[in-house]
Design a protein around this ligand. Structure first.
Ligand code: LLP
Length: 427
């Protein structure tokens, strides 16, 4: 059963009708489905089970500690990219040994704190960082596990802002330099440099870029092993598509069908870092229409959610399927793809209250007639949604609610005006 579906003409999250939720918590509100999160985690885990991977949920995609706790209790490890994310994962109950720490600019204090906490693996992104890490490990008196993030120079065919595995990107270490570092640090007393890490971008909707990059890195591993350098860990990163209506994407089974055989007999521990594929379709952003405005050349639906709540359309021109919660007879959407145009729909731009023309959630969309007060749902909002929200225009951040069957849990209260100025000292 789908976790978000129209029943009796009303959009439900699991057993809860969204108008009930809006009445209780107001709008805009992120609504997560527990069932969807778990189902998507399980689909990946099952597809890649032959590799017995450590599934490290990418905290950056959806960092609410309640959701981290839920996934952690279900078996997830965590991929983090800052001291703050280490803090969140540990607060959510993670075993520090189940945390992998990536990022091009880890500061000395972030590294020292992570060593102290016992973080399981550092995904190192430069020669300079490795030298700092080695020094801090010695100072801390702890041997640390390292995977070198290798930049395979493979095009992931995704948005330029979220492509990370090409030569011109700031991420990772090129193959030649990585080879040298592996050799140089082989047998080091404080850093155990025995892992290879890659992350190509997000989303990577087809399997080919993974296959290409894995091929390059396995070739490097063979050479290193022949030279006596022990490599026992391969982290494939994240980027797995979510099939969120924007672009078709491979599903977990399709990725696994091509990738799993590449590791047969390789004797490597495998890490995966999925974020979007677990979280994106596990939430909608629920908003209420404030005004309908007939512009000179366009009709605007002005809602109470803005780019401050969901910046992806403004930042990446990302497509999010958006539809009324109670669309009326004949308007229940048969699918969520961008070509949906039902008879009787009208073309609108769905925008927010922020003072920027870039503040839109949907442009040129054919929606059923919408009036003031109607609720709208923005789909596929669970990944890189709430986490990228801001207080621009002094807008308190949205509430977040987790639905489990017919129960509702407020997992982040709506911010207040006092929250807006809470860090401003000396008032
Ligand atoms: N591992 C590393 C090292 C990453 O940098 C990322 C995402 C992931 C894993 C998780 O990727 P995922 O499975 O979620 O695709 N804000 C952008 C996405 C930025 C992704 C950054 N890195 C968006 O809204 O599309």
């Amino acid at each position: 059963m789908e976790s978000f579906e129209y029943r009796g003409g009303v959009l439900h999250c699991e057993e809860v009708a969204l108008p009930v939720l809006a009445a209780e918590f107001g709008t805009p509100t992120y609504v997560y489905s527990r069932r969807a999160l778990i189902e998507r985690y399980d689909a990946l885990a099952e597809a890649f089970a032959p590799l017995n991977p450590k599934l490290c949920f990418a905290v950056k995609s959806c960092h609410n500690t309640h959701i981290l706790r839920l996934l952690g209790e279900h078996g997830a490890a965590f991929d983090v990219v800052s001291g703050g994310e280490v803090f969140r994962a540990i607060t959510a109950g993670a075993d520090p040994g189940d945390i992998v720490f990536a990022g091009v600019g880890k500061t000395d204090s972030e590294i020292a704190a992570a060593i102290e906490a016992g973080v399981g693996c550092f995904n190192v992104e430069s020669e300079a960082e490795l030298a700092v890490l080695a020094g801090l490990a010695e100072q801390g008196g702890k041997v640390v596990q390292v995977a070198l993030r290798v930049n395979p120079d493979v095009d992931a065919h995704t948005h330029p802002y979220t492509t990370t595995g090409k030569q011109e990107n700031k991420f990772g270490i090129d193959l030649d330099c990585a080879r040298e570092l592996f050799k140089h640090y082989s047998g080091h007393s404080w850093v155990r440099v025995s892992g290879v890490h890659m992350h190509l971008g997000s989303p990577v909707n087809t399997v080919d870029p993974y296959v290409q990059a894995i091929g390059k890195l396995l070739g490097m591993i063979d050479e290193l092993r022949a030279a006596g350098v022990g490599i026992d860990l391969f982290n494939l990163g994240g980027g797995w598509g979510a099939g969120d209506g924007e672009t078709p994407s491979a599903n977990p089974a399709e990725y696994a069908r091509s990738i799993v055989p590449l590791f047969k007999g390789r004797d490597l521990r495998i890490h995966l870092e999925p974020g979007r594929s677990i979280a994106a379709n596990s939430a909608v952003l629920l908003e209420r229409t404030i005004y309908i405005k007939e512009g000179c050349v366009r009709r605007f639906v002005i809602g109470d959610a803005a780019m401050t709540d969901l910046i992806r359309p403004a930042l990446y021109q990302a497509y999010h399927f958006l539809w009324p919660v109670e669309p009326g007879d004949g308007f229940v959407p048969p699918h969520h793809r961008s070509d949906l145009k039902l008879p009787g729909c009208v073309e609108v731009d769905v925008v927010g209250p922020v003072c920027e023309s870039g503040d839109f959630l949907a442009k040129g969309r054919w929606l059923p007639p919408v009036k003031r007060g109607d609720l709208l749902a923005v789909f596929s909002a669970g990944a890189y949604g709430a986490v990228m929200s801001s207080q621009y225009n002094s807008r308190p951040r949205a509430a977040e609610v987790l639905v489990d069957g017919d129960t509702l849990r407020l997992i982040r209260r709506r911010e207040t005006y006092d929250d807006l100025i809470a860090a401003e000292e000396g008032l």
